[in-house]
Write a protein that binds this ligand. Structure first.
Ligand SMILES: [Zn+2]
Length: 477
């Protein structure tokens, strides 16, 4: 598996620190406003990365934070707190705003068939971990106390610019605003803890600390939570390209200053979605949500198809015409897959050596494409070739169903006789697969007692199983 690493600016071979486990951390949403189709692209590409890793046999622990405090309007600590801004705009409390938009975020992602992270962690549930990390940074001399905030001292940390490839003097920075009462030593010093004074005297969310009442800065939550769940050095950290210049260098500075170890081995960044050839922006009124797509009669999965037609590091331009073409592409691919299902006899013919080789070649080409820095447009083209090919139906079906574990289009919504929800086939533990197979055999033998016992065992393993006319449906609880 090879993946582009922003840190080295190269496509590198990926080998996890502790195989088969892969620790993957994704910067989640600041939950103060609606999730839009630009977020949809970013998180779909994270989902693809996770599925490709699972397909390669890795056991992925995917951690994603929810920023419900501390993120100011500018990533560099300027302006108001985004949650407070959202609360004012919609006439709700900050807690209501956070709950509402967290739900909207995950509902939007569910519609795009994005697997829920293994661990979802809220910043407000991890205040003590953030305070402990700030204490450590103060003790080690990397942070200092001022009347308005605890700041990270950038001059003490060597290699601040390694992610964005500049040294400190070259980086454009805002000036220190002494009139606003800033006591920063360097313009790039950033807030670890905001004190509830001055412009934040009425801040709704606040906690006690040894530096007085206040709330954490935005960057510290990702360092504290990623290290809590994935250890001091993590395999992969993902995020939008906008984080390369401020948020991620700050995460590196805090984490590496605290531990003295490399924080992240692979940094993966996603390129933004354009709409009608322009950057999405509120003032251009070109922000669309998944609901807008549904409102025009498109399926949310047509968006997923559109996202996969362009490599994650290239710009993708959304237009209603391109979405229409994606919906047609998805419909046509599905139609070919339905044909395969309809002609499925259940019995397999003996494959000729020529057909067997053909299947193996398709399978290998798909694997090569996805494991080569996620070349999804190529992978999609191979899925189309298979769908149109003359290989026998049962084998064609198995092959496309395998591909769909990565593509995530739910083309058959079916794998090896059962439907999966909330988990991919490769992520499903082997003992659960065996229990499901044993239960199917028991049902065929009309041994209902054994079938019920097996259902209870499957439930105890964390999966709910229900029977339907298309076979059993297995859902991760
Ligand atoms: Zn982050």
């Amino acid at each position: 598996m090879r993946i582009y690493n922003t840190l080295t600016r190269k496509i590198e071979k990926f080998i996890p620190l502790n195989p088969p486990k892969v620790g993957m951390y994704t910067c989640g949403q600041t939950v103060y406003d609606f999730t839009h189709i630009g977020h949809g692209r970013k998180y779909t590409n994270d989902d693809i990365l996770r599925r490709v890793l699972a397909n390669a046999g890795y056991d992925v622990i995917h951690v994603q934070n929810v920023t419900d405090v501390g993120h100011l309007v500018s990533d560099a600590d300027e302006g108001e707190d985004k949650l407070e801004k959202g609360a004012k705009k919609y006439g709700k409390t900050v807690w209501e705003v956070a709950d509402f938009y967290t739900n909207h975020f995950y509902n939007s992602l569910d519609k795009l068939n994005i697997l829920r992270p293994t661990i979802i962690c809220k910043a407000t549930d991890h205040i003590s971990e953030q305070i402990a990390l700030i204490k450590k940074l103060i003790e080690k001399g990397f942070a200092y106390d001022t009347p308005e905030a605890i700041y990270f001292d950038i001059s003490k940390f060597k290699g601040y610019g390694k992610l964005f490839g500049q040294n400190l003097n070259e980086k454009q920075t805002a000036r220190i605003d002494v009139q606003k009462g800033e006591h920063k030593k360097h313009p790039l010093d950033f807030v670890l803890w905001f004190k509830r004074v001055g412009r934040f005297a009425d801040h709704a969310m606040h906690w006690k600390s040894s530096w007085g009442d206040g709330f954490p800065g935005w960057h510290i939550e990702c360092s504290a939570m990623s290290m809590k769940y994935l250890g001091e050095t993590i395999d992969i950290h993902t995020g939008g390209e906008d984080h390369i210049s401020v948020h991620h260098p700050n995460e590196i500075a805090q984490s590496e200053a605290a531990t003295g170890k490399p924080f992240v081995r692979f940094w993966v960044h996603h390129t933004f979605l354009m709409v009608d050839g322009r950057k999405m922006s509120k003032s251009l009124n070109n922000f669309y949500r998944v609901e807008d797509v549904e409102g025009k009669g498109f399926e949310p999965l047509s968006l997923r198809y559109l996202y996969l037609t362009t490599h994650y590091r290239k710009q993708l331009n959304f237009t209603w015409e391109s979405l229409n073409a994606a919906q047609e592409g998805l419909n046509n691919l599905r139609k070919l897959c339905c044909k395969v299902s309809d002609t499925l006899q259940g019995k397999r013919s003996v494959l000729s050596a020529e057909k067997l080789t053909k299947i193996q070649v398709y399978s290998q080409r798909f694997k090569t494409a996805i494991e080569n820095d996620l070349q999804m447009p190529e992978a999609l083209a191979i899925a189309w070739e298979v769908a149109k090919s003359n290989i026998p139906s049962p084998d064609k079906r198995d092959l496309i169903a395998d591909f769909d574990q990565v593509l995530g289009f739910d083309l058959f919504n079916h794998r090896k006789g059962y439907t999966l929800k909330g988990v991919t086939f490769s992520e499903l533990p082997n003992d659960v697969k065996k229990l499901v197979d044993a239960r199917e055999t028991a049902r065929k033998d009309q041994d209902w007692k054994l079938s019920d016992q097996l259902r209870d065992k499957i439930l105890a393993s964390g999966y709910k199983i229900e029977d339907s006319s298309n076979g059993p449906k297995l859902q991760k609880i």
